[in-house]
Design a protein around this ligand. Structure first.
Ligand SMILES: *Cc1c(COP(=O)(O)O)cnc(C)c1O
Length: 411
């Protein structure tokens, strides 16, 4: 396997060294192949919101496995998960399941282009929307520009219609809409950026995007693959009270089985095949295993669960902040709901340039200090930590105490 991994961030490239190999995960713990146990803050990058191997989810999956895992035709579980998604998201009247977040974004963008008859897409530097060609583009240091590819193999034509500006920079978005009037099919955004570390949207930003897209006849796509069903029952759009045209989902909605989904108004979604001409398909889309993982997980996530996540995540963020302050280590903790990031050496991160200015060498030392003490953080300073329902107060306090030790050793 290239780099020994099947997805690059697992390789420990940004912290140095070799990844830990995991044989099992239970509640808030990872157990490696040498039987060492770690408190886990990767949370499978989101899906483990109820804790790993939650007994209810395991039982539901076991019951389904015995009945066959892929039918290549329709199953009742598809309807049950679709109903839950439509119930949770006011903006979603119809939904289509996919196998990954990348596929969901790819399909939503195709639909946005078809529905508007336009080609250009606006994205924000530091927002990740999966590894499809057109989304692997960003702009240099806040300059609005036509996209340049981020990866060899992505040709200029793939990203020629991708316009990239800084997250939160409404003035830059206004300029793009002036320059490319009635040519922009959609603005796509992580309503809370979580792939450059956690960066909340500045006041009025999401509202501004809603207003300008509506005015120009472009669509607004919220990529809620990370935030959907994590920040609250109806995702970031419910928390911030801004309604997008299309929403992409993934991660939590599969409860740990590969999944993605996209949805919006019936009028838009009816343009997708076979109702409409916009082609999109998938051999494994809506398979009973992924649907069941999602149903069982979403059914654990009621209002009380989101309140629990908020309280324990706040406890962790405040504890880490205090520990940094007491240790005299400069930096900040940024948190939205049950996602948080420690940035070293910067007071605040509002966009990708700020995130890149953070001290990643110190993060690497912090990461290994924590790993040595039995806490597995995401192996990159540009990632969110995920708190689950299985992270008890005792586990959070243990994390803070150990972080405090490590932070003192960093001075
Ligand atoms: C993870 C993620 C994706 C990609 O999802 P995959 O299932 O890894 O393809 C897209 N958008 C956002 C916001 C994500 O966090």
């Amino acid at each position: 396997m290239p780099g020994g991994v099947n997805s690059p961030v697992r390789s420990f490239r940004s912290v140095g060294g070799q990844p830990v190999y995991i044989q099992a995960a239970q509640e808030c713990y990872l157990i490696d192949v040498e039987a060492r146990r770690y408190i886990d803050y990767i949370g499978a990058w989101g899906p483990a919101i109820a804790g790993h191997a939650h007994p209810t989810v395991v039982a539901a999956l076991q019951a389904v496995v015995a009945n066959g895992t892929a039918f290549g035709t329709c199953c009742a579980q598809e309807v049950a998960l679709a109903e839950r998604i439509v119930d949770r998201f006011d903006s979603i009247e119809k939904v289509r399941m996919t196998n990954s977040g990348t596929e969901a974004v790819m399909s939503a963008i195709r639909l946005a282009r078809a529905a508007t008859g336009r080609e250009r897409i606006v994205k924000f530097a530091g927002c990740y929307h999966g590894h499809m060609n057109g989304m692997l583009a960003r702009a240099g240091s806040g300059v609005a520009t036509l996209g340049l590819p981020d990866s060899p193999g992505v040709v200029t034509a793939d990203v020629a219609q991708t316009l990239t500006v800084d997250f939160g920079d409404m003035a830059a978005v206004e300029r793009l809409f002036t320059e490319h009037r009635k040519q922009i099919a959609a603005v796509i955004v992580e309503p809370v950026a979580a792939n450059m570390g956690v960066v909340p949207p500045p006041n009025g930003f999401l509202e501004g995007l809603r207003e300008i897209t509506q005015r120009d006849g472009a669509l607004l796509i919220f990529d809620e693959v990370m935030t959907g069903c994590r920040l609250g029952s109806g995702g970031a759009q419910e928390v911030y009270g801004v309604t997008p045209d299309l929403t992409t989902l993934g991660k939590v909605i599969g409860g740990g089985i590969p999944i993605g989904a996209y949805g919006g108004s019936a009028a838009l979604m009816n343009q997708v095949a076979p109702s409409g001409p916009v082609y999109q398909a998938g051999t494994f889309s809506g398979n009973p295993l992924a649907m069941t993982g999602g149903i069982a997980t979403l059914d654990l996530l009621d209002a009380a669960a989101y309140q629990t996540l908020e309280v324990s995540s706040l406890r962790l963020a405040e504890g880490l902040q205090r520990a940094m302050h007491d240790a005299g280590v400069g930096g900040c903790v940024q948190r939205v709901g049950s996602m948080l990031t420690i940035f070293f050496g910067v007071e605040k991160v509002v966009n990708y340039a700020d995130a890149q200015a953070a001290d990643m060498e110190t993060f690497g030392r912090f990461f290994y200090g924590m790993l040595d003490r039995g806490i597995h953080l995401p192996p990159s300073g540009f990632e969110a930590w995920f708190v689950s329902l299985a992270h008890s107060d005792a586990v959070i306090d243990e994390t803070i105490a150990k972080a405090s030790d490590v932070l003192k050793s960093l001075r």
